[in-house]
Design a protein around this ligand. Structure first.
Ligand code: FAD
Length: 519
């Protein structure tokens, strides 16, 4: 998280700051296989005509954009249709259609899945048109349409003086984020986003429109809080507890690379046990053309700047080396979210992907980014040998072709995030000190050989860190190369998640790789 903000702000001051032509084969829950006729052009037209929203097919001028996700790595997937659903009935129509023809289907919100799980060659159910954001002061809750982007959530709730503890990337969707947990810049104060979920509206594979909360369909509600997106049904609306916002402290501190070892070692002992009000992360990153790798601590403090400064001084004293740059600033909560989103100088409208399709804005200035990612959750501090291995690998990243940046962003855990029992919701990770997000990005025109070399570099670094990590990985930083994903994402909760899957999607209508219940 926060990588985009980091890439833009590192070293800067705050101010600078195929269409299915053949029959489709589908596999049932018991492994049996059946062949269904492909939908004809007339059947597709009938589907389009039955929806309140629009159905984009390969012959449409909008298809080239509609079929893409945030990450261009998945541009080779060519859905037979993308249905922009206006309401739960549209979703039910789409599910009835894919069941009739045995078509692959997946829901899509912000399209940020690291494994391309919101794209299939069949039908993509895009919930972006359902993007309303309504705060209710009488219940201290907000009901958010399943297709809202985070920048709009922050912007509209900000207008009501409230917020929810969501993530930092402005174009990430509220659905994917919540269903896989949701970590953000006030997570240590207010908890994982899914811990703040009060209810969800879900259309199940058989077309039923269910409310799930603590009293109704509580097993589905449990699974919706961390059990992963695209698994149990299509969420159409989410209701969260809100908190009132006030000014917040934002900080970014860089050290010279020569101090990197002591910065990493000091941060990992400082950040996880800090007061809940302090959230921080540590970036250790490098890219082609940089004069030196970057080591930066950034974060937020929910409280007085003097208190934040006192805490930051204890980190600096522990490190013992002078920062090369430092910014500590108190600002409005809304502006802080824009800073963390990398949208400091943009309006909320500009902080979108450009375009006219739902979820985009005509004035949007954000851009897509090719990247490869993995994660480890660490429950014990890194020994010196592990830190040395990270620094050596990050140094090597500077010599790789293809552009972009690569390294690790460590997000502090602890605080409210860890005060929930691991089986209270499907989000099992309650003992982490910090989450390590391993990423490498490259230029849109990078050569295949360069992107392969970058991915091998990332896998090698991830493997090197395995002996020091807990075996847990964050399901929202989905990693197609992780063979142990069931245990790593869900741990002891996996068996219960399979029971929920068997109850709400016994025929495995939702079956992209790494969904609960898949092999
Ligand atoms: C640049 C970037 C920044 C990120 N920053 C953060 C961060 O700050 N904090 C954090 O915790 N994570 C972060 N992530 C990870 C992010 O939380 C996950 O990638 C998340 O799954 C994205 O959700 P989405 O809706 O944007 O993506 P999508 O690709 O649309 O969906 C992700 C998954 O959820 C499913 N899904 C989508 N909509 C629905 C629905 N309505 N009902 C049921 N299933 C649905 C999809 O089928 C897919 O399996 C970031 C990722 C990227 C690429």
């Amino acid at each position: 998280m926060e990588r985009r903000r980091f890439l833009r702000s590192a070293g800067l001051s705050m101010a600078g700051l195929a269409t299915a032509a053949t029959a489709c084969r589908s596999t049932g829950v018991n492994g049996s296989s059946r062949v269904s006729p492909s939908p004809t052009a007339a059947a597709w037209s009938a589907l389009g005509g039955s929806l309140a929203g629009r159905l984009v097919r390969p012959d449409s001028g909008e298809y080239a954009v509609a079929r893409t996700n945030f990450n261009p790595r998945f541009d080779g997937i060519r859905p037979a249709g993308i249905a922009y659903c206006e309401n739960p009935s549209d979703v039910a129509e789409c599910l009835s259609f894919v069941r009739r023809y045995g078509l692959p289907v997946t829901p899509r919100c912000g399209g940020h899945s690291y494994t391309g799980a919101s794209l299939v060659n069949g039908l993509v159910i895009d919930v972006s048109p359902m993007s309303s954001v309504r705060a209710d002061a009488s219940s201290n809750t907000a009901t958010i349409g399943a297709g809202a982007r985070l920048v709009d959530v922050y912007d509209r709730l900000g207008g009501e003086g409230v917020s929810i503890p969501a993530g930092s990337c402005p174009t990430v969707g509220i659905s994917g984020l919540t269903l896989g947990g949701g970590v953000g810049v006030v997570t240590r104060k207010h908890g994982i986003l899914s811990d703040n979920l009060r209810s969800a509206e879900v259309v199940t594979a058989d077309g039923r429109k269910l409310t799930c909360d603590a009293e109704n369909n509580s097993d589905l509600f449990w699974a919706c809080r961390g059990g992963g997106g695209g698994t149990f049904g299509v969420v159409t609306s989410l209701t969260f507890d809100t908190f009132p916002t006030s000014d917040i402290v934002v900080f970014f501190i860089d050290w010279p690379w020569s101090a990197a070892r002591t910065v990493v070692d000091s941060w990992q002992h400082w950040a996880p046990p800090a007061p809940d009000e302090l959230w921080s992360n540590l970036h250790v990153l490098n890219g082609q053309g940089r004069s030196a790798p970057v080591v930066q601590v950034g974060g937020t403090y929910v409280g007085a700047q003097a208190d934040a400064e006192r805490l930051i001084e204890t980190l600096k004293a522990r490190i013992g080396a002078e920062p090369s740059s430092q910014v500590i600033e108190t600002t409005s909560y809304d502006h802080a979210m824009m800073i963390m989103a990398g949208c400091t100088t943009l309006t909320a409208d500009q902080c979108h992907l450009p375009g006219t399709l739902p979820g985009r804005t005509s004035g949007g200035r954000e851009s897509r980014e090719p990247e490869y990612a993995a994660s480890h959750i660490f429950t014990t501090p890194l020994p010196g040998t592990a830190i040395d291995a990270i620094l050596a690998a990050v140094s090597r990243r500077g010599g790789l072709a293809g552009g972009g940046n690569g390294g690790i962003a460590f997000d502090a855990l602890g605080g409210a995030a860890n005060r929930v029992a691991p089986d209270a919701t499907a989000f099992v990770h309650r003992n982490g000190l910090f989450n390590g997000q391993f990423t490498t990005t490259w230029a849109m025109d990078a050569q295949d050989a360069a992107t392969r070399a970058q991915q091998s570099w990332l896998r090698a670094l991830h493997d090197t860190m395995k002996p020091y990590a807990s075996g847990q990985a964050y399901q929202n930083y989905a990693d197609a190369g992780l063979s142990t994903w069931k245990q790593a994402y869900y741990g002891a909760n996996y068996a219960r998640l399979v029971q929920v899957k068997n109850r709400y999607d016994p025929d495995r209508v939702f079956r992209t790789p790494q969904t609960v219940g898949s092999r």
